[in-house]
Design a protein around this ligand. Structure first.
Ligand code: FES
Length: 111
């Protein structure tokens, strides 16, 4: 129906954020270096890196969560960062082998 005003406007596009846990368990596993690697990476425009408190996945840290995609990565090391930046943040394809299996269940079933 031409000219009809929709009930709801489409949501504003949300900026992409990379949350890097800096709480105790993740820090013991090297999350400070992971954060530094993201900060120093050649990021696409509009991506924000956020040092975060505990993300509730302490036993599989360092934990990285990407919003609004709601992709959770586990056991991230600095060497994983260039892959996540290139494949996920630039090309839009999550890095399958680093998906947290407790959250992304299809990963467990499929492999
Ligand atoms: S300490 Fe990082 S998820 Fe809990």
């Amino acid at each position: 129906m031409t000219g009809q005003i929709p009930d709801q406007l489409p949501p504003e596009p949300q900026p992409r954020c990379v949350w890097v846990c800096q709480h105790q368990s993740c820090q013991r596993q090297g999350s400070e270096q992971v954060l530094a690697a993201f900060m120093g990476a050649d990021l696409p425009e509009g991506v924000t890196i956020i040092p975060s408190g505990c993300l509730g996945q302490c036993s599989t840290g360092p934990t990285v969560r990407i919003t609004p995609d709601e992709i959770w990565y586990y056991r991230i090391q600095p060497s994983d960062v260039p892959v996540i930046v290139e494949q996920h943040l630039k090309q839009g394809t999550p890095v399958q082998h680093k998906l947290n299996p407790r959250i992304h269940l299809s990963f467990v079933i499929g492999h």
